[in-house]
Design a protein around this ligand. Structure first.
Ligand SMILES: [Zn+2]
Length: 138
């Protein structure tokens, strides 16, 4: 799977529809109330199939990242350096993503991030994260 242009399929279509509308959609288990990502047809915590789509807050904190300086696969050469990151969503799940709009030197473990949506094609809008805006600081 190309990371820059993932292919929506029936299981993940609601995620892509949400992203296109500026919503971060994740799944929640009705049995144990745990959220999970990426979307699966069952709950990875308790194996219940009673899972539903919910809109996440878009709030996250930075767990880890690496600054990618070299990537020979198109379309990455013109995008380097970029920040490949793992973030902890406020709802609990961990998500692989990119952090944008931030100098890599300013990244800090635990910093507050906010989802941002970047259309890459008619079908696919990717979810990235940027530092939480000062207006949303709590
Ligand atoms: Zn569960």
């Amino acid at each position: 799977m190309r990371f820059d242009l993932p292919t929506p399929d029936p299981e993940t279509q609601p995620f892509w529809d949400g992203a296109r509308a500026g919503q971060l959609m994740i799944k929640r288990c009705r049995a144990c109330a745990e959220h999970h990502f990426y979307p699966r047809p069952f709950c990875p915590s308790c194996w219940s199939e009673d899972v539903e789509w919910v809109e996440a807050s878009g709030d996250a904190t930075l767990y880890t990242w690496s600054v990618v300086h070299v990537n020979d696969l198109p379309p990455f050469p013109e995008r380097v350096p970029y920040v490949a990151a793992v973030v902890d969503l406020a709802e609990g799940p961990r998500m692989m993503t990119n952090v944008v709009d931030c100098d890599p030197d300013d990244l800090e473990v635990g910093m507050s991030l906010q989802a941002t949506f970047h259309p890459t094609s008619d079908a696919v809008t990717i979810v990235q994260f940027r530092p939480a805006a000062t207006v949303s600081a709590r």
